[in-house]
Design a protein around this ligand. Structure first.
Ligand SMILES: CCCCC/C=C\C/C=C\C/C=C\C=C\C(=O)SCCNC(=O)CCNC(=O)[C@H](O)C(C)(C)COP(=O)(O)OP(=O)(O)OC[C@H]1O[C@@H](n2cnc3c(N)ncnc32)[C@H](O)[C@@H]1OP(=O)(O)O
Ligand SMILES: NC(=O)C1=CN([C@@H]2O[C@H](COP(=O)(O)OP(=O)(O)OC[C@H]3O[C@@H](n4cnc5c(N)ncnc54)[C@H](OP(=O)(O)O)[C@@H]3O)[C@@H](O)[C@H]2O)C=CC1
Length: 349
């Protein structure tokens, strides 16, 4: 046993203290540098990468995972399918043979995505305008889909709204805007389609895209956290209730995946991206194609025994933020030697 002197102990405390302080300075949120370099970073976000060296062990595979034709003769309905993750999921399902219907508010965006994906995959993608906050609009959208393709086999509730905002600055309409899109929108789509599918005795797979903080809650995105938690309760409840009608309900909770819609509203200056990647054990952001492969599996016949599942898909970010001692990742080998010596030299309590 190596004896530890008071001087060494002081040295260790000093090292740890400076480590903690430097972390606090890097992570402090009461005063954040939004200076020109941060803004420059954000504008050139496409060229920047904060991926860590160990992310090489977790290189993304972005090819399509399921066998070709897995979705032949299937119809998939994807809300928010014109952009971001919805677009990626539509692309994969279409490539696998599905006829897709994508729905959101901006018809031009939807039409452009539909044309681009159809021309790549050779399978029809239909664009239908729909504001999911309005139950009548949802009903009209489903009427239109029935005309185009018939009722769907796969429903993906992906549309969402979000922005960071201290809750004391949030207006009632700000709260309503997010919770109407996320919780009410998902409920209106699910109830409208569910009822028609039941009437027609047709089975289907329902998938909801939530977020890791649906479980933990999160400050500064309180309407989104509340609404996504509601979506999870809705889906778990219906998984129990509507299995008897041939309906499966599953949930994906993605961690951060770069999309314009999310990053422009949640990290508009790019200030937080580096620290966010630093706490992800796999050392990088997720890729839309990775999420799309998981969604394609969960919505496919390969997952026909899967219902009521909540899949966290975040590179390990959630557990990394949750564990009290996880910051000890930053302790060096030399610091560990000293710490171990100190601990071993302690006798009694
Ligand atoms: C530690 C930092 C981490 C960094 C994180 C980085 C990356 C992300 C990591 C993880 C992400 C996890 C979860 C992500 C969840 C998501 O949902 S991301 C998807 C986001 N996509 C969208 O939001 C697209 C659709 N959004 C919109 O259309 C709009 O943003 C909006 C939701 C506002 C709806 O538009 P619209 O219906 O036109 O509403 P209005 O503009 O009329 O506004 C309605 C009321 O809301 C108030 N409001 C709007 N913006 C703000 C704001 N930024 N702050 C405060 N309040 C706002 C607006 O004033 C209206 O209220 P009043 O009438 O004025 O009272
Ligand atoms: N990217 C990320 O890091 C993460 C994303 N998520 C979730 O993934 C999903 C996709 O997000 P992402 O692709 O990043 O962001 P996007 O902003 O690209 O996607 C949101 C989509 O929702 C649609 N939408 C918004 N409001 C309505 C409405 N009232 N009616 C119909 N459609 C609407 C938008 O289309 P339009 O404007 O045309 O209506 C848009 O296509 C969301 O559920 C989000 O919460 C979860 C965790 C992390």
């Amino acid at each position: 046993m190596v004896p530890v002197s008071v001087g060494q102990a002081g040295n260790v405390s000093g090292l740890l203290l400076s480590l903690i302080l430097s972390e606090q300075v890097q992570n402090r949120t009461d005063s954040v540098d939004f200076g020109p370099s941060q803004l420059w970073c954000h504008r050139f976000a496409g060229l920047r990468s904060y991926a860590t060296p160990h992310s090489q062990f977790f290189a993304p595979s972005e090819g399509i995972m399921l066998p070709a034709g897995s979705y032949n003769n299937k119809v998939a309905f994807i809300t928010g399918g014109g952009t971001g993750l919805g677009r990626a999921m539509t692309g994969v399902l279409s490539q696998l043979g599905a006829q897709c219907v994508i729905a959101s508010r901006k018809l031009e965006v939807l039409q452009q995505t539909a044309t681009e994906i159809s021309s790549q995959t050779g399978n029809k993608v239909h664009a239908v305008q729909c504001d999911v906050r309005d139950p009548q609009a949802v009903s009209r959208c489903v009427d239109q889909m029935v005309e185009l393709t018939g009722l769907p086999d796969v429903i993906i509730n992906n549309a969402a709204g979000n922005f960071i905002c201290p809750s004391e600055r949030l207006s009632a309409n700000g709260w309503k805007s997010i919770t109407d899109i996320v919780l009410n929108g998902t409920a209106f789509v699910t109830l409208e389609l569910g009822k028609r599918l039941i009437q027609n005795q047709k089975g289907a797979s329902f998938l909801a895209i939530t977020t890791i903080y649906a479980e933990s809650g999160s400050g500064f995105v309180v309407p989104s956290a509340s609404a996504k938690a509601g979506v999870e309760a809705l889906y778990k409840s219906l998984a129990a209730e509507w299995g008897r009608y041939g309906h499966r309900f599953n949930i994906i909770q993605p961690g951060p995946i770069r999309t314009k819609g999310a990053f422009s509203r949640l990290d508009p200056t790019g200030t937080f991206e580096k620290s966010m990647i630093g706490r992800i054990p796999t050392g990088r952001l997720g890729k839309p194609a990775e999420l799309a492969n998981l969604a394609a599996y969960l919505s496919s016949d390969y997952a026909s025994w899967m219902s009521g599942a909540v899949i966290r898909f975040d590179g390990g970010e959630y557990v990394s933020m949750a564990g009290e001692f996880n910051e000890l990742r930053k302790v060096t080998d030399d610091q560990w030697k000293m710490l171990e010596t100190m601990i071993r030299s302690t006798k009694g309590s």
